[in-house]
Design a protein around this ligand. Structure first.
Ligand SMILES: Nc1nc2c(c(=O)[nH]1)N[C@H]1C(S)=C(S)[C@@H](COP(=O)(O)OP(=O)(O)OC[C@H]3O[C@@H](n4cnc5c(=O)[nH]c(N)nc54)[C@H](O)[C@@H]3O)O[C@H]1N2
Ligand SMILES: Nc1nc2c(c(=O)[nH]1)N[C@H]1C(S)=C(S)[C@@H](COP(=O)(O)OP(=O)(O)OC[C@H]3O[C@@H](n4cnc5c(=O)[nH]c(N)nc54)[C@H](O)[C@@H]3O)O[C@H]1N2
Ligand code: SF4
Ligand SMILES: [Mo]
Length: 717
C-alpha cells in the first residue's frame, strides 16, 4: 500500500487528491489532499469515485477493430496500419475531427491535439466548445482581443456576486476554477457579502443565495441590457479602465429600459433597477454567467453584457470584481487580435470561431453530398451522439461514415460507430497539469502530478495522439525512441519555443522524465513566475511541492493582457452590435407556452460517469422536472411525452415547485444505448435530451448550440 498525490481530473475544480494504491496498483481509497493550498482537502462524490472510474472493468484496454457488428482486439501496429491505409484514400478536406470535453483535463489533450489538428489539415474541426462556452470565448476575443483572456469573479474577495445560469453547488464551477466553490460562496456570505442567483429553477445554489430570481429561459441578455440601461440612465457608471465604444454602447442600450425588458424576462422593472444600483454601490461586485446563459439563443450577447456590466460598474480587473488569472504555464500570448468568422461552414455558412466550426452543423456536413462532404471522422474524448444537438440525427450520420477512429475509454453511443477504438491508459498512468483550467482560476496556483503508476506496455495518451497525427497524414508512425512521433513533435515544439525566446542554447537545461515533462519545464520556466523569467518556478520546484504551489491572489492585468487593435477594452464590437438588432426585434415577442432547459447532476459528468454503481440512482435519475401546476393543467401522470421541432421522448416526471411554471428541465448525457459495453450505464439508460434539442437553432454570433429555452409541448404519455 502506498499513498500518492494527484490532481482530480474529473471537473474544473482541480482538487488535490490523496490516492492510496495497493500492491497490484489498484486504487483502494481517495481522500481530499488537506495540504493542497487551493482545495484544502475538499472532495466531492465524483472525486471519491476516482478509483472506481479508473478501475472500471468495462474500460477498453487494447485497441479494438470493427468486426461485423462488434469489435475484436488488435495490436497497436495493426490498428495504426488500418488507420493509415484508410486515410490515405480520403482527401483531407473530407475528414473531420471532433474533440470532447475531457481533453481540457488531460496533458495529452492540451499539448498534443494541436499536432493532430495540423496533421488532419481540414476545416472540419468541431468540439464540445460549440455546445458549451464558445460564446464566452468569442465575447472575450472581441472585447479583449484574445478568446482565452476570460475574466473570472474574484470569489474570495467580492462583496456582491450576481450569478446567472450556473449551479456550482452541483457542477463545482466552470470557466471559474474554484475548488470548494460551495465553501467559497458560504464564505462570501459569512463576510457580509451578497449572493444573487438568476435561474429558471430554484437550484441548490439558489437555496444558499440571499436572493433568487426566476427568469424566462433565454432572456438573460435582456436582463443585463436592462441593468446597462439603468447604469447609464441613473448616472451610475464608474469606468476605471481604458475603453472604446462607450457612446455606441449607450445608444445600443437605449431601447432596453427595465420597463421594456420586464415582460420578456419575467423580472419586475423595479427589481432590475435595484440590481443595477446594488452592483454599482457595492464596494466590489462581480457578474458571473455560465452554461445556462451560453447555450442559449443570445449566448454571445449575454456573455458580452456580463463583462460590460463588470466594466461599467468599475469592477473589471479590480480586486473583488472580475479579474484575469495569470497562469504559471499559460498559453503563448497572441500577436494579433482575435478574428471571428474567417471562414464559414460549407452547408449552412455558419461562422468559424477559434479555428472551429459549430458542432450544430456536423450532421449537415456528414449528410450533405458534394465536395468537402465528411467521409471520415476522428473523435477524441467525445460523445457527440449524446452531447450534440439533434443527437439522433448524428447517430445515423456516424453509422454511415466510410471510416471512423475514436480515442476513448469506452465503447459508447458514439464510439460504437468507430472502425478503430484507441484506448488511453488508466488515469493513474497519466501525468496531470491543468494548462487550460488554471487560466481561469480564482487564485494563481500550480500543481503537477507525475503518473502514479508506470505505463507498462501501454502507450501514453499523448503518444497515441502523436502517432495518430502521423498515421492520418501519411507520415512514418511506427518509429520508436527518438524516431517516435511524440519525440519528433516534442523536439520541434521545444526547438521552436527556445528559438523564439532567443534561448536555443539552453535545450540541455530542460529536465523531466520524458519530452512531455521537458515541455512543461520549458513552459514553466518561461512563464510569469518562471526561473528564466522573473521567478524561480520550474518542473523541479513543482515536483518538490507535490501538494501544489500558491502563487497568490489575482492581480490587476490591464492593459497588458489586451490584444485588441485599439489596446483598449472594446465595449461595442460591431459584430455584437449587429446581433443587438435581432435582440431588439425579440423585445415584443412572447415566450412559448412551454420551454425545455437542462441541468447538471452532482454525481455525474456529461455522458460518461453512469457506468459506476455509486454514481447512478438516488437523485441522479434522468427525470423531467415539472411544476405541479403545469402537471395538473396538462393532466400528467407518472410519465410525460415531450415533443420539440427535432424529436419526441417519453420520460418519467418529477414534480417540484422549484422549477418555474412553463419550464421543464431534463439532464443531458443519458440515453445509453444497449449495444455498448457499458454494463451499468445500459442498465440505467435514461433518455437522450439531445433528441429534443434542435441543431438548426444556434446562437447567431458564435454558432453555439441552443440547449436552454427549447420550445416543447408536454402531454401525458
Ligand atoms: N442538452 C444538453 N447537451 C449538452 C449540454 C447541456 O447542458 N445540455 N452540455 C454540453 C457541454 S457543457 C459539454 S462540455 C458537452 C460534452 O460533450 P462531449 O465531450 O462530447 O461528451 P462527454 O459526455 O463529456 O464525453 C466524453 C468522452 O470522453 C471519454 N473520456 C473520458 N476520459 C477520457 C480520457 O482521459 N481520454 C479519452 N481519450 N477519453 C476520455 C468518455 O468515455 C466519453 O466518451 O456536452 C454538451 N451537451
Ligand atoms: N456534477 C457535475 N459537474 C459538472 C458537470 C456535470 O455534468 N456534472 N459538467 C461539467 C461541465 S462540462 C460544465 S460546462 C459545467 C457547467 O457548470 P454550470 O454552468 O454550473 O452548469 P449547471 O449546473 O447545468 O447550471 C446551469 C444552470 O442554468 C440554469 N438555466 C437554464 N437555462 C437558463 C437561462 O436561460 N437563464 C439562466 N439564467 N439560467 C438558466 C439551469 O437551471 C441550471 O441551474 O459543469 C461541469 N461540472
Ligand atoms: S469537485 Fe471536481 S475536481 Fe474536486 S473532487 Fe469533485 S470532481 Fe474532482
Ligand atoms: Mo462543458
Amino acid at each position: 500500500m502506498r499513498s500518492l498525490l494527484r490532481t482530480c481530473p474529473l471537473c474544473e475544480a482541480v482538487c488535490g487528491l490523496t490516492v492510496t494504491l495497493d500492491d497490484a496498483d489498484r486504487v483502494v481509497s481517495v481522500r481530499g489532499d488537506r495540504d493542497d493550498p487551493f482545495s484544502k482537502g475538499f472532495l466531492c462524490p465524483k472525486g471519491a469515485s476516482f478509483g472506481k472510474l479508473d478501475d472500471d472493468p468495462d474500460l477498453v484496454s487494447t485497441p479494438l477493430i470493427r468486426d461485423g457488428d462488434g469489435f475484436r482486439e488488435a495490436s497497436w501496429d495493426e490498428a495504426f496500419e488500418l488507420i493509415a491505409a484508410a486515410f490515405a484514400d480520403i482527401p483531407s478536406s473530407s475528414t473531420a475531427l471532433y474533440l470532447g470535453n475531457p481533453n481540457v483535463h488531460t496533458v495529452a489533450g492540451t499539448l498534443y491535439l494541436p499536432a493532430l489538428i495540423r496533421a488532419m489539415s481540414t476545416r472540419h474541426l468541431y468540439s464540445a466548445s460549440t455546445a458549451d462556452q464558445m460564446p464566452k470565448q468569442v465575447a472575450a476575443g472581441l472585447m479583449f482581443g484574445d478568446p482565452l483572456t476570460v475574466p473570472v469573479p474574484d470569489l474570495d474577495r467580492t462583496d456582491f456576486l450576481l450569478m446567472l445560469g450556473a449551479n456550482p453547488l452541483e457542477s463545482n464551477g466552470s470557466l471559474c476554477t474554484a475548488p470548494d466553490f460551495p465553501g467559497r460562496l458560504k464564505a462570501l456570505k459569512a463576510r457580509g457579502g451578497k449572493l444573487v442567483v438568476v435561474d429558471p429553477r430554484a437550484t441548490r445554489t439558489a437555496a444558499i443565495a440571499d436572493q433568487h430570481l426566476f427568469i424566462q429561459p433565454g432572456s438573460d441578455a435582456y436582463l443585463l441590457f436592462g441593468i446597462v440601461h439603468t447604469l447609464f440612465d441613473e448616472g451610475l457608471t464608474d469606468v476605471r479602465v481604458e475603453v472604446a465604444g462607450l457612446d455606441e454602447l449607450r445608444a445600443a442600450a437605449a431601447d432596453f429600459a427595465p420597463e421594456a425588458v420586464a415582460a420578456r424576462t419575467g423580472i419586475a422593472a423595479d427589481t432590475i433597477r435595484i440590481l443595477a444600483r446594488e452592483l454599482s454601490a457595492a464596494p466590489s461586485a462581480a457578474v458571473y454567467a455560465r452554461i445556462g446563459t451560453c447555450t442559449a439563443e443570445f449566448g454571445t450577447l449575454t456573455q458580452w453584457l456580463v463583462d460590460v456590466v463588470n466594466t461599467l460598474t468599475g469592477n473589471l480587473d479590480s480586486p473583488g470584481g472580475a479579474m484575469f488569472a495569470n497562469a504559471a504555464a499559460g498559453g503563448v500570448a497572441r500577436s494579433r487580435p482575435f478574428r471571428l468568422g474567417r471562414w464559414v461552414s460549407r452547408v449552412r455558412k455558419l461562422p468559424e470561431a477559434m479555428g472551429e466550426l459549430p458542432v450544430a452543423t456536423l450532421a449537415d456536413e456528414i449528410e450533405t453530398p458534394g465536395e468537402g462532404q465528411i467521409r471520415a471522422l476522428v473523435t477524441v474524448a467525445g460523445n457527440p451522439v449524446l452531447s450534440a444537438p439533434s443527437g439522433a440525427r448524428l447517430d445515423k450520420g456516424l453509422a454511415g461514415l466510410e471510416f471512423m477512429v475514436s480515442v476513448d475509454r469506452y465503447v459508447n453511443e458514439t464510439t460504437r460507430h468507430a472502425n478503430v477504438i484507441l484506448p488511453p491508459p488508466r488515469s493513474v498512468q497519466s501525468p496531470h497539469f491543468d494548462f487550460a483550467l488554471l487560466q481561469f482560476a480564482v487564485r494563481n496556483y500550480a500543481r503537477y502530478s507525475p503518473p502514479l503508476v508506470a505505463l507498462g506496455d501501454r502507450p501514453s495518451e499523448a503518444a497515441v495522439i502523436a502517432r495518430l497525427a502521423a498515421a492520418v497524414s501519411g507520415q512514418p508512425h511506427a518509429g520508436t525512441g527518438e524516431a517516435s512521433p511524440i519525440n519528433v513533435i516534442d523536439e520541434l515544439v521545444i526547438a521552436g519555443t527556445l528559438h523564439k525566446a532567443g534561448m536555443s542554447e539552453r535545450r540541455d537545461e530542460l529536465t523531466g522524465a520524458d519530452t512531455t515533462e521537458q515541455r512543461l519545464d520549458l513552459m514553466l520556466k518561461l512563464g510569469p513566475y518562471g526561473a528564466w523569467n522573473d521567478g524561480s518556478l520550474s518542473l523541479k520546484t513543482l515536483l518538490d511541492s507535490p501538494h501544489g504551489v500558491d502563487l497568490g491572489a489575482l492581480q490587476p492585468r490591464l492593459p497588458g493582457v489586451l490584444r485588441t487593435a485599439s489596446k483598449m477594452v472594446e465595449l461595442a464590437p460591431p459584430q455584437l452590435l449587429a446581433d443587438v438588432t435581432r435582440l431588439r426585434e425579440g423585445l415584443a415577442s412572447t415566450a412559448p407556452a412551454m420551454v425545455l432547459i437542462g441541468r447538471r447532476q452532482l454525481r455525474s459528468n456529461n455522458s460518461w460517469m453512469h457506468n459506476v454503481e455509486g454514481l447512478v440512482g438516488g437523485s441522479n435519475r434522468c427525470t423531467l422536472l415539472v411544476h405541479p401546476d403545469d402537471a395538473t393543467r396538462l393532466g400528467l401522470g407518472e410519465q410525460a411525452q415531450i415533443t420539440s421541432a427535432a424529436g419526441s421522448l417519453t420520460v418519467p416526471i418529477e414534480l417540484t415547485p422549484t422549477i418555474m411554471p412553463g419550464v421543464v428541465s431534463l439532464p443531458h448525457g443519458w440515453g445509453h444505448a444497449a449495444s455498448t459495453t457499458q454494463s451499468v450505464a445500459s442498465a440505467h439508460p435514461g433518455v437522450n435530451a439531445n433528441v429534443l434539442t434542435d441543431d438548426s437553432v444556434v446562437d447567431a454570433v458564435s454558432g453555439t448550440a441552443v440547449f436552454n429555452g427549447v420550445p416543447v409541448t408536454v402531454g401525458p404519455a
